[in-house]
Write a protein of this length. Structure first.
Length: 266
């Protein structure tokens, strides 16, 4: 069995896409973090923009499709995600580490880092890099989750992983980076920072979407794709979720979540 890591988690876009789809389809209130980021950026369409930790680059694809004519660059450590970004017309894909970005000083008018800073060992080093690559007067927008986002579902997966002797691998999540700690980090690097907090919840009225979401969290709790016990853990998680719904007729599984958008001017 391979030890799960950020490399293995993002070797395929499927788990990430499952999590994104869950938030799109099962949020209690309409909630689109990309819209919040765009509101913070106030783009004219001509800016050179770098999206750090771009994932499958859907954010950049949206900008290109909307007619953005400035340069759009997606940076990621995952070869699969870089390939996904490279496949999108109008987007330049770059393989790089947020703590040591392979771009010039002041190369961009805007820099975004959406839901990625808690994957970075040294978040202040990454924030310093975001500042370095942004031109004077440019904008940096960082998004991170609340500390206990989707806590009930995470607890459920963690408990079943522990039952099989598995624990969260080191280096996947930096738990020092949350909505609660990000403001001070941003102010240390940038000075004045605008903070906008969004509170919501995931709500499931049937078991299958919750099971899909729970499975998309497996790697973060040491359950590798080739783990001999993976099938049994999935069966156990499925059984517990189905039992919860059968024993709570007419009720929905509600799991609070939220995120913070932090905006700074270079």
């Amino acid at each position: 069995m391979t030890m799960p890591s950020l490399t293995s988690e993002y070797a395929s876009p499927i788990p990430l896409q499952a999590r994104i789809a869950t938030h799109q389809e099962h949020s209690e209130h309409p909630d689109d973090p990309s819209t919040a980021v765009l509101a913070a950026l106030e783009l004219t369409g001509t800016e050179d923009l770098a999206d750090i930790g771009c994932g499958d680059a859907r954010f950049l694809a949206h900008l290109h499709a909307a007619g953005h004519i400035g340069r759009l660059v997606g940076v990621d450590t995952s070869a699969a995600m870089v390939a996904a970004a490279a496949a999108i017309g109008g987007v330049t894909a770059v393989s790089g580490d947020a703590q040591n970005l392979p771009v010039r000083d002041g190369e961009f008018d805007a820099c975004t880092a959406r839901h990625m800073l808690y994957h970075v060992p040294d978040p202040l080093a990454a924030l310093s890099e975001f500042r370095r690559i942004t031109r004077a007067g440019g904008t940096v927008v960082v998004v991170v989750n609340h500390a206990r986002t989707c806590h009930y579902t995470h607890q459920l997966v963690a408990a079943h992983a522990r039952n099989h002797g598995l624990t969260p691998p080191d280096g996947m999540i930096n738990h020092t980076v949350t909505s609660e700690t990000l403001p001070d980090m941003m102010r240390e690097i940038f000075g004045n920072t605008i903070i906008e907090t969004h509170d919501n919840a995931l709500v499931f009225d049937q078991p299958r979407p919750l099971i899909t979401f729970a499975e998309a969290l497996f790697t973060f709790y040491g359950i590798a794709s080739d783990a001999p016990t993976r099938a049994q853990i999935l069966a156990d998680v499925t059984s517990e979720i189905e039992h919860w719904f059968s024993s709570h007729p007419g009720q929905a599984w509600r799991d609070p979540k939220g995120y913070t958008v932090a905006t700074a001017t270079r």
